[in-house]
Design a protein around this ligand. Structure first.
Ligand code: AZA
Length: 328
């Protein structure tokens, strides 16, 4: 068996971007099928000062991932770096645009970042930007919000993702993640499928806890051209607040029959409240708390002492869409 790795000579008439392997006299070609690259974990904090009183400030701290696709094949297949916009340049762009452009809300900034790369580099075909925003919130001192002091409001992250390409494709999503919630009653799980592999007991009262990961995809009415106007209207911020409130309200108020049913209800309510959204996706781990048996000590345990199980956890995902039906 002889195996030969070699870049193709143009005289073979096969495209340079293929690698051929000679294997038992068969030529196996190995085309590059997908590729993308860029910078991840580019972090910055921007301060916005009130023009009438520069001591009154807002901050936004984000982590950005920006990946490019396009005419970069030769950098993989022929070690030709000439088309590569270095990841360092990608990082610089993220930071310079953070200074020159509006960063609030992140949907606007992410979209404008994708537009920038498409406008500046003709061989870039598509740009994928993901942003995570940290939960800095002003806190009260002497009964009112302090001008420039902030507290990190737990672990909750606001997110956005944008994909834009030269063919006019534009996908914008917003979301939240790592919003950790727990309810100590008002959650059930019974009537599930049972078989010879089942050990789980039915319950009409259990602890329910999860790290909410929710996202919503915007309708195509929102475009790179009108994203600034939509942002100025407050649509992205209001929707974030609405989705967060629906999530927390349903979690608290509903006597949950299952994670599945509760997340579906949350998603449909967000779709009802926000007409500009096409789909809502939830991804919820079911972080189990198991009742500890204290009967060996002659003690009952009426849902009071639980063991937080570190693993495994359930993981339940769904996307709910809006379907247009003809009027009855
Ligand atoms: N959904 C729940 O809400 N709880 C569960 C599941 C499930 O699918 N499986 N075990 N416990």
């Amino acid at each position: 068996m002889s195996t030969l790795y070699k870049k193709l000579n143009p005289s073979t008439c096969l495209p340079l971007k293929y690698i051929q392997i000679l294997h038992n006299n068969n030529i196996i070609i190995m085309p590059l099928t997908t590729s993308t690259y860029g910078k991840d974990n580019v972090k910055f904090l921007k301060v916005r000062k009130d023009p009438s009183n520069p001591k009154i400030q807002e901050v936004i701290e984000v982590s950005v991932c920006c990946l490019l696709t396009g005419n970069f094949d030769v950098s993989y297949t022929d070690a030709d770096n000439s088309p590569i916009v270095p990841t360092d340049t990608v990082k610089n762009t993220i930071l310079v645009l953070a200074k020159l452009q509006k960063v609030w809300p992140i949907e606007r900034y992410a979209t404008n970042l994708t537009s920038h790369f498409l406008e500046k580099y003709s061989h870039v075909h598509g740009v994928d930007v993901q942003i995570e925003q940290l939960p800095w919130k002003k806190y009260e001192v002497d009964g009112k919000l302090h001008e420039h002091s902030f507290v990190k409001n737990g672990t909750e992250i606001r997110t956005t993702s944008v994909y834009q390409n030269r063919d006019g494709e534009f996908k914008l999503k917003s979301g939240l993640k790592d919003l950790t919630v727990l309810k100590s009653t008002g959650s059930m799980f019974y009537g599930f499928h049972e078989c010879d592999f089942t050990t789980l007991k039915e319950t009409r009262d259990r602890i329910l806890s999860t790290d909410v990961d929710a996202s919503w995809a915007w309708k195509s009415q929102i475009t790179p051209k009108n994203v600034n106007a939509v942002a100025d209207k407050g649509t992205f911020d209001e929707t974030f607040q609405a989705a967060r409130k629906v999530t927390l309200d349903f979690f608290a108020k509903q006597n949950s029959p299952s994670v599945q049913a509760t997340m579906y209800d949350m998603a449909t309510e967000i779709l009802k409240q926000v007409p500009l959204i096409d789909t809502v996706t939830y991804q919820l781990p079911n972080k189990h708390y198991f009742l500890i048996d204290l009967s060996w000590k002659g003690l009952s345990n009426d849902n009071e002492i639980f063991y937080p199980s570190p693993h495994p956890n359930g993981l339940i995902k769904c996307t709910v869409a809006r379907e247009q039906r003809a009027k009855l």
